[in-house]
Design a protein around this ligand. Structure first.
Ligand code: AMP
Length: 249
């Protein structure tokens, strides 16, 4: 079984982002970019399936500018077999990403696709669900455990107030939650080996997909600055402030 893992190049989770002065978005100049953390979890899970003899090949795919090839190299350095870059400088919204992934899946025929539950830049949490709908495939979202057996996969899902297990027929779409696994670090020898692994390049035009945006960003604002803390003299004063100033009790 081939496993396809879509990996997005996003602002590194350690970066304190700055909003552009004109409010049109986030400033990406000289900002460290990395693989979306939920996608690292997806790559890790695919590699574990391969190591357990349940997957034969792990293919990483990224949609984005030429630099998204670096994100693919990170996946290859973790252990993925090859990469596919769908090159575009345009902004691609979840529906466009899902349509492009559907086209890639049509060429690759994977048995399983593991996406992140959300990309930490736009927090859309939409692509996996849209892809499952476009393909008519079963979906197991917010996965915290996977068990592949024969032509089925059991997915433990993190839902409000507990865990739910669903059994899906393969091929299926999975989206990862934080607790699914802890991704490995790429070792130096594997980083060197990854340089020789193949990355195929294609484009939205070659895949015949219209990626015209449908959403308009009205404005982007910084969160309000936190006010300095205040020292209180007694519990009674604290309760009074919580009740009458903060209005939280
Ligand atoms: P989102 O719906 O944008 O929050 O993204 C959910 C997941 O879809 C991500 O964790 C990735 O696995 C995948 N994805 C979204 N955008 C891209 C992209 N440009 N390239 C590759 N995968 C993507």
């Amino acid at each position: 079984m081939k496993v396809l893992v879509p990996v997005k190049r996003v602002v590194d989770y350690n970066v304190k982002i700055r909003v552009k002065a004109d409010g049109t978005g986030v400033d990406l100049n000289n900002v460290k970019m990395s693989m979306n953390p939920f996608d690292e979890i997806g790559v890790e899970e695919a590699l574990r399936l391969k190591e357990a003899g349940k997957a034969s090949e792990v293919v990483v795919v990224s949609i984005g500018p030429a630099q998204a090839a670096e994100t693919l190299r990170s996946g290859l350095a973790m252990g993925a077999d090859r990469g596919i870059l769908v090159k575009t400088d345009a902004t691609v919204e979840p529906l466009a990403v899902a349509k492009l992934l559907k086209a890639v899946i049509g060429n690759e025929n994977p048995g399983l696709v593991i996406l992140g539950k959300q990309a930490i830049d736009d927090d859309m949490n939409a692509t996996g669900q849209m892809l499952a709908a476009l393909l008519g495939w079963p979906q197991g979202t917010f996965a915290s455990k996977l068990e592949v057996g024969g032509d089925k996969i059991d997915v433990v899902r993190e839902v409000d107030g507990g865990l739910q297990t669903v059994s899906l027929n393969l091929p299926a779409i999975i989206t990862t939650d934080l607790r699914l696994n802890e991704p490995r670090y790429a070792s130096l020898p594997n980083i060197m080996k990854a340089k020789k692994k193949p990355i195929d390049e294609t484009s939205p035009e070659a895949l015949g997909v219209d990626i015209a945006p449908r959403l308009t960003v009205v404005k982007t604002v910084e969160p309000p600055a936190r006010q300095a803390g205040k020292k209180v003299g007694s519990v009674a004063e604290l309760v009074d402030k919580l009740k009458n100033e903060a209005g939280v009790i």
